[in-house]
Design a binder for this molecule. Structure first.
Ligand code: FAQ
Length: 333
């Protein structure tokens, strides 16, 4: 039977703080071959601990992003400009709750209980996308979130439908279908505003100015500063690098801004015929890392909203558990 060897403690006089898991080379080689052949890895299949850990990290962070991502939009539910807009926004936010549920369920198949993941979010141990630590100041921000934030999310998530872990890949199929509708509703809001009154046009441009750079940051640090990309690409958890996806997003989005007669807030943006894509200006990575560290403009407010919801919803979870226990007793009788 396969066993993992745990190494810890001192090594030649040097203290090692981390427990290192040495995987069985034959199992590891068989796993690498399956991944290289584009086979899906399923929950009960053997997998290296580092693969499991990377997946739990990425999938749970993705789940946290979905449920924290409901908050900036929820802020506009009561102020949506019409009943139609309110109904659409409500449906979009409900979709995001659903995405969180599929993703937490996919992460749970790897053996990490949901409560543990939620606790990591609340305590600040787990990350979620930097983009949701920016405030939604006007209705045009709801358009910009759909157009740019969902647009960036789709660019990143379409390849994840072919990620090597089966439950994550299958969750992504439905998520991508819904994100695509979200992107269109955002672009439609922007189309109406960009063709509206002068004040509406100014709001649309202001929203683009504020959301453009944070949207580019969603793809993560540049490849040469991304500690996880190389191994995640080899294990086909990620199918494209951060910079590749960021470039694709810029190339697709610039013509959409032109169609709206809005200007991308980047003086260095220029089409490069040789690479058949846009060159663009330097991202403020200091801002990115500050927001990752939890210093975003509304980061504290976001976590407080999540912890309050968790505490206030305790009675619902308890009632659901009691109901489930009663049902299973009834079924057994
Ligand atoms: N924000 O080595 P890498 C959405 C962290 S869903 C915060 O490149 P990796 C739907 C990263 O975790 C949006 N942290 O990492 C919606 C790592 O830290 P760690 C979320 C970030 O994992 C729309 C460290 O930096 N999507 O928007 C960010 O290989 C509208 C080093 O980075 C997903 O989660 C960031 N932006 O690549 C909802 C997609 N970027 O954990 C409502 C799945 C990086 O080692 C409204 N995730 N970090 O301590 C992924 O594809 C990857 O995890 C990346 C990062 C590409 C995000």
């Amino acid at each position: 039977m396969y066993t993992t060897e745990l190494k810890s403690g001192s090594d030649g006089g040097k203290k090692r703080s981390k427990v290192e898991i040495v995987e069985d080379p034959a199992k590891l080689a068989a796993f690498e071959a399956r991944v290289a052949a584009d086979e899906f890895i399923e929950a009960k299949d053997w997998m290296p601990e580092a693969y499991r850990k990377t997946l739990v990290r990425q999938i749970s962070q993705h789940a946290h992003s979905e449920i924290v991502g409901m908050l900036p939009e929820g802020n506009w539910l009561r102020r949506a400009p019409s009943l139609k807009r309110k109904a659409i926004l409500l449906a979009k936010i409900q979709d995001e709750a659903g995405h969180g549920l599929y993703l937490y369920s996919a992460a749970e198949t790897l053996g990490t209980p949901r409560d543990e993941m939620i606790e990591a979010l609340h305590s600040g141990k787990a990350k979620y996308s930097t983009i949701f630590n920016y405030p939604t100041l006007t209705w045009a921000d709801i358009g910009a979130i759909g157009w740019l934030v969902d647009g960036a999310a789709i660019m990143n998530q379409v390849p994840l439908q072919r990620t090597s872990y089966g439950p994550y890949a299958r969750a992504m199929v439905r998520v991508c279908k819904e994100e695509s509708f979200h992107q269109r509703q955002g672009y439609e809001i922007m189309t109406v505003m960009a063709n509206g009154t002068d004040a509406q046009k100014r709001m649309a441009q202001d929203a683009l100015n504020r959301w453009w750079w944070p949207s580019l940051m969603m793809f993560g640090p540049p490849d040469d500063s991304s500690p996880n990309t190389e191994r995640s690409m080899r294990w086909r958890i990620k199918r494209d690098t951060n910079d590749e996806l960021r470039q694709l997003f810029v190339d697709v989005t610039v013509p959409q801004a032109e169609y709206l007669n809005l200007s991308i807030p980047d003086a260095d943006l220029k089409f490069n015929k040789e690479k058949d894509g846009y060159d663009f200006g330097e991202i403020d990575w200091d801002e990115f890392y500050a927001v990752v560290r939890g210093e975003g403009p509304v980061a504290k407010e976001r976590i407080k909203a999540r912890t309050d919801a968790w505490e206030e919803g305790a009675w619902v979870r308890e009632a659901a558990m009691v109901h489930a226990q009663k049902q299973s007793k009834k079924d057994a009788a």
